[in-house]
Design a protein around this ligand. Structure first.
Ligand SMILES: *[C@@H]1O[C@H](CO)[C@@H](O)[C@H](O)[C@H]1NC(C)=O
Ligand SMILES: *[C@@H]1O[C@H](CO)[C@@H](O)[C@H](O)[C@H]1NC(C)=O
Length: 298
C-alpha cells in the first residue's frame, strides 16, 4: 500500500517536471487609454524549448485570436508585440482592449502538456465634460430635477453636484447645513432631485463627473426659485373682474335711464337750416359708431 503511494507521488513529480507551468506577475493590469501595458505570461517550466504559445481575447462573449501561429493577429495587429517569449505588450491601448486575455502554452511533443493563465485587462478612460441640465426658474414648493451625464468614462463615472462651489451631499438630510433644502442625489446617474425647492435653493449649480482615470466639470448654470404668490394673483384677477363689472353696470344703467336715447331727439335738429348737411351726416355716423361700441362692451 505504502509502495503504491510512493510510486504515485514519484509519477506526479515526474509529470510536474515534464509539464508546462505558466504564471503571471499581474493578472489584473490597469492602464490609462493610449498608454502601453504588459500582459505578463511567464513560462516557468517546460519540457520543450519551443512550446506553442497562443494568446486569445474574450470580450462580450466573443473570443478571438491575438497571437496565433507566431503572429499578432486581429485588431491588435501593428499595436502589440511579444516580450520575453510569451508576455504580450499592447501599445496605445484603446477602450476596446478592455477584455479577458488568455495565454496558452503547450509543449509541442504532447498536446496534454499544456498550461494557461487568464489576465483581465482594464483600460481606464477619463470622463468627458458631462451634459448638465438645470431648470432656470422654478416656483417655490415645486419639484426640480437636475441632470448630469457623460458616457465616455470607464469605469463609469460617479457624479457630484455643487451649489455656489460647495459640494452637495447625497441627501440634504445628512447635513444640518442643508436643513432648508430637500434634495437627494444619485451619484451613479448624476440626477439631483429637489422634492420641493425653497428660496434657499437659488444659486449657481455645476456637476463633476469622476472616475479612477480623472474628472470633468460642466458649465455652471443658475437656478432661480421664485415665490408663486397665489393670493396676490387671485386678488389681482378679482379686482380686474370687479372693475369690468362696474363699468358694464354703469353703461347699462345709463342706457336704461335713456341717457343715450335722449340724444336722438337732439338729432332731429338736423332739419334746422342753420346746420350744414355735412355736419348732420357726421353726427349720425358718430352715433352709430357709439352704438356699436356699447353693444360690444355688453
Ligand atoms: C493611438 O490610437 C488612436 C486611436 O485609438 C489614434 O488616434 C492615435 O493617433 C494613436 N496614437 C499613437 C501615438 O499612435
Ligand atoms: C433656514 O431657514 C431659517 C428660517 O428662514 C433661517 O433662520 C436659518 O438660518 C436657515 N438655515 C440655514 C442653514 O440656512
Amino acid at each position: 500500500m505504502a509502495e503504491t503511494r510512493i510510486l504515485l507521488l514519484l509519477l506526479l513529480c515526474v509529470c510536474r517536471i515534464l509539464a508546462v507551468v505558466v504564471v503571471s506577475r499581474n493578472k489584473k493590469p490597469v492602464v490609462l487609454e493610449h498608454e502601453s501595458v504588459e500582459l505578463s505570461c511567464i513560462i516557468e517550466d517546460s519540457d520543450t524549448t519551443t512550446p506553442r504559445i497562443e494568446w486569445k481575447k474574450s470580450r462580450g462573449g466573443e473570443t478571438s485570436y491575438v497571437f496565433f501561429n507566431n503572429n499578432i493577429v486581429g485588431d491588435l495587429m501593428g499595436r502589440a508585440e511579444l516580450l520575453s517569449r510569451s508576455s504580450l505588450i499592447i501599445h496605445n491601448t484603446s477602450r476596446t482592449d478592455n477584455a479577458t486575455y488568455r495565454c496558452e502554452v503547450a509543449a509541442l511533443n504532447d498536446g496534454k502538456k499544456f498550461d494557461e493563465v487568464t489576465i483581465e485587462l482594464t483600460v481606464q478612460v477619463k470622463p468627458v465634460t458631462p451634459r448638465c441640465s438645470v431648470p432656470k426658474a422654478v416656483p417655490a414648493g415645486k419639484t426640480a430635477v437636475l441632470h448630469c451625464r457623460e458616457n465616455e468614462g470607464y469605469p463609469n463615472s460617479m457624479y457630484r453636484w455643487y451649489r455656489n462651489s460647495e459640494p452637495l451631499p447625497d441627501s440634504s438630510k445628512s447635513n444640518p447645513k442643508f436643513v432648508n433644502s430637500s434634495f437627494t442625489l444619485d451619484p451613479r446617474t448624476g440626477t439631483l432631485v429637489f422634492s420641493a425647492v425653497s428660496k434657499a435653493d437659488t444659486g449657481h449649480y455645476y456637476c463633476i463627473a469622476t472616475n479612477e482615470a480623472g474628472s470633468a466639470k460642466c458649465e455652471e448654470q443658475e437656478l432661480e426659485v421664485y415665490d408663486l404668490n397665489i393670493a396676490a394673483i387671485v386678488g389681482g384677477v378679482l379686482v380686474v373682474i370687479l372693475v369690468l363689472g362696474l363699468i358694464t353696470l354703469a353703461i347699462c344703467w345709463a342706457y336704461r335711464k335713456g341717457y343715450f336715447a335722449n340724444r336722438k331727439p337732439k338729432g332731429k335738429s338736423y332739419k334746422t337750416p342753420a346746420k350744414p348737411e355735412g355736419v348732420n351726416y357726421l353726427r349720425t355716423d358718430d352715433e352709430g359708431d357709439f352704438r356699436h361700441k356699447s353693444s360690444f362692451v355688453i
